[in-house]
Ligand binder design. Structure first.
Ligand code: ZN
Length: 440
């Protein structure tokens, strides 16, 4: 293929340079070719335009495959041809008739619904270039709205393990993965981490800003516009006519606002994903034996209801819905699990109902149910933050993942306490966000 590529460089076509190389059964090179004008016509003087007429290239150009076949002076029975572009039907006919049995083609384009879309890979994007050496399982076209415009991306799903990312200036491997046990206590807003070397209480995706206000402004704008352009779809009282099949009319203003809203969502998604990835990489530097309590996030999103004192009507509200929407804790676990699978292991999910990390006390060996606003565990002489203590207990769960190893707790507790105190000290000396102020 490299030879085919090199011969493609000889082509004078300013737009598409194609090269072909024919080899025999023993991989000996028989012939090469590139797309060029017929003999006798000067490649430089001839027109290279894309018009179909006399002033276009199509009437005069001989394709690389055909050139390679014609320049071969021997019988091509059983040979292979390497081409740097998917061959056209005319060339395939010639290839078949010449006796060539296999076509191997290189293609930077994606064929999608009859379209040929060129793929752009940045020149110094080493990560992508190394990743693309692995086999592509499948690809899909992704559409994203960026600043009000549609952008289309080709997304490759590639087999195998992603390449290590390397610091370009020092050559050091980024996010080096260490051996060791890590316990995670994941909440709707925060994450308690416990390992041999570090104890941390972090806010999930702290970069994600609350977009509720801006969202509501845009939604109200859209609602006003919708009502103004579709008066026949609303009753005089302002309620929506449900049995009305007239098509919605979207004004230009409405579509613009809708795009702005999509942009807002997209940005938030990107920021959150990036933040989770960073956090997952950090967790992996602490250890690759990661234990976490299974938490039914969907259950948390279920609406609770109360009865209004004034009207007697049932009021439904989401219990933790909003914060779950913003921080996506389950997504962090999915990312972490995917990264662990590349290391041939997986996230160890601890049985929440038998372990009951939030209720256990390893000193007393007892379980006490705690109120959600009790943030500290009282050990007599000192206090331990609730989520960090949970992550410590989760770290010390037995291999069956359904009981806490009390001996291990005693063995590791002193060290944990030192690291815990350092972390609490750190938190006390920083400006805390609302999410963290709620837990310490
Ligand atoms: Zn052709």
């Amino acid at each position: 293929m490299s030879v085919a590529y090199i011969s493609s460089l000889r082509s004078k076509d300013p737009r598409t340079q194609v090269g072909a190389c024919i080899v025999d059964k023993n991989h000996r090179i028989i012939s090469t070719g590139y797309n060029g004008m017929v003999n006798g016509c000067n490649d430089i003087d001839m027109p290279w335009g894309r018009s179909k007429g006399l002033d276009g290239k199509y009437l005069y150009v001989v394709h690389s495959e055909l050139n390679a076949i014609l320049h071969a002076r021997i019988n091509l029975e059983g040979c292979k041809i390497y081409v740097t572009l998917f061959p056209c039907n005319e060339c395939v006919k010639a290839i078949i008739q010449s006796g060539i049995k296999e076509i191997i083609y290189l293609n930077d384009n994606i064929l999608f619904a009859g379209l040929e879309i060129p793929v752009i890979i940045k020149k110094f994007d080493y990560y992508s270039r190394i990743a693309l050496n692995d086999k592509i399982k499948y690809c899909r076209i992704k559409r994203e709205v960026i600043k009000g415009k549609y952008h289309y991306y080709a997304q490759f799903i590639i087999e195998g393990v992603p390449p290590m990312s390397i610091n370009k200036t020092t050559g050091e491997i980024k996010h080096y993965i260490n051996n060791g046990v890590v316990g995670l206590d994941i909440g709707t807003q925060t994450l308690g981490i416990c390992s041999k070397t570090e104890v941390k209480l972090l806010e999930l995706a702290p970069e994600v800003q609350n977009i509720e206000k801006r969202k509501r402004v845009l939604q109200r704008k859209m609602d006003r516009s919708r009502r103004a352009t579709n008066p026949n779809k609303f009753n005089d009282s302002g309620t929506y006519k449900s049995k009305n099949n007239i098509k919605w009319i979207k004004s230009k203003h409405y579509i613009e606002t809708q795009m702005q809203l999509k942009e807002l969502y997209r940005k938030q998604r990107e920021v959150r994903k990036h933040s989770h990835n960073k956090l997952a990489n950090y967790i992996l530097t602490l250890g690759n034996d990661i234990k976490v309590e299974t938490m039914d996030f969907i259950e948390l999103q279920v609406r609770n209801s109360t009865i209004s004192k004034n009207t007697g009507k049932i009021i439904k509200y989401k219990k933790f819905g909003k914060s779950l929407e913003n921080k996506a804790p389950a997504m962090l676990l999915t990312i972490l699990d995917t990264k662990l699978k590349w290391l041939n292991t997986q996230l160890k999910k601890v049985n929440t109902y038998t372990v009951k990390a939030s209720q256990y006390n390893h000193v007393k060996n007892s379980y006490t149910k705690k109120n959600l606003n009790e943030r500290w565990n009282d050990f007599g002489d000192f206090m331990i933050q609730r989520d960090l203590y949970s992550s410590f207990l989760i770290m010390n769960v037995n291999d069956d993942l359904s009981s806490i190893n009390r001996d291990l707790c005693f063995e590791k507790f002193d060290r944990f306490k030192v690291l815990h105190d350092i972390e609490i000290e750190r938190l006390r000396n920083t400006q805390l966000t609302k999410a963290l102020r709620n837990v310490i």
